[in-house]
Design a protein around this ligand. Sequence first.
Ligand code: FES
Ligand code: FES
Length: 84
Amino acid sequence: MSDTPAKDPVIAQKAPYPVEVSAGKTYFWCACGRSAKQPFCDGSHKDTGFSPVKYTAEEDKKVFFCGCKHTGKPPFCDGTHSKL
Ligand code: FES
Ligand code: FES
């Protein structure tokens, strides 16, 4: 049944991943929760029905990528993890 699209993402962790991003650099946030390189996509979403979310940083700063994969504002943490 590995070709059945997943309805819910895997919770990688119930907390955000703080990351120092660099201006102009593009990141691909893992939406499926299966990547071994959290919070970023490593291709493990194949056949899950999920696709990574692209994010290009506009400035050097620290951002909090969602680790629970249930955020309402992907790819960032919006606090939803506290209700899971
Ligand atoms: Fe999760 Fe690619 S591995 S979206
Ligand atoms: Fe997903 Fe905070 S880690 S909403």
